[in-house]
Ligand binder design. Structure first.
Ligand SMILES: [Zn+2]
Length: 169
């Protein structure tokens, strides 16, 4: 199963680098490496559903789309109970080429249930990253205080100083 770390990694695979949008999943081979590292086979057929699920999840988490758009990625998916000495476990039944995409959507489902309101887009409008806020206060607004948080502070600082009329005026 994909965990929340993998989910955030997927959401954050389209950052802005030096003022340009970059898609780290654009390259098939690079994405196959990610797929294999997360339990997939790394076949060509897996890439389309995975990219689609990522885009839909980005739109949902940033509030552009209704969560209902994720339903198509889960169509035909079933959980089947299996019993043995260890108890009952649920086995996911899904076409193999869609498994990683399905697990990505399920990882989102687990996060919004277990950590409601804590997965969100960075508050910097020029940033395309997402964050999962685990702080007690749930007050984190930036993907990183060091980059986006600081940038806004600097901008506000300049703004304040511009608003103050200079003595010569
Ligand atoms: Zn940011």
């Amino acid at each position: 199963m994909l965990d929340e770390e993998a989910l955030v990694e997927a959401l954050n695979s389209t950052p802005i680098v030096e003022a340009r949008p970059v898609d780290r999943w654009d390259d098939d081979e690079a994405l196959k490496v990610w797929v294999r590292a997360h339990g997939g086979r790394g076949d060509d057929a897996e890439l389309g559903p995975l990219r689609g699920a990522r885009s839909a999840l980005q739109a949902v988490v940033s509030g552009e789309s209704d969560p209902g758009v994720l339903a198509e990625f889960l169509s035909g998916v079933r959980q089947v109970p299996e019993v043995d000495a260890a108890g009952v476990t649920w086995r996911l039944e899904t076409p193999p080429e869609r498994r990683v995409a399905v697990e990505l959507v399920l990882a989102w489902g687990a996060v919004v249930q277990q950590l409601p309101g804590r997965l969100r887009a960075c508050a910097n409008p020029d940033c395309r990253l997402f964050l999962l806020d685990r702080s007690r206060a749930n007050s984190a607004r930036w993907c990183s205080m060091r980059t986006c948080g600081n940038r806004l502070k600097v901008r506000r600082h300049h703004q304040r100083h511009r608003d103050v009329p200079s003595p010569s005026e």
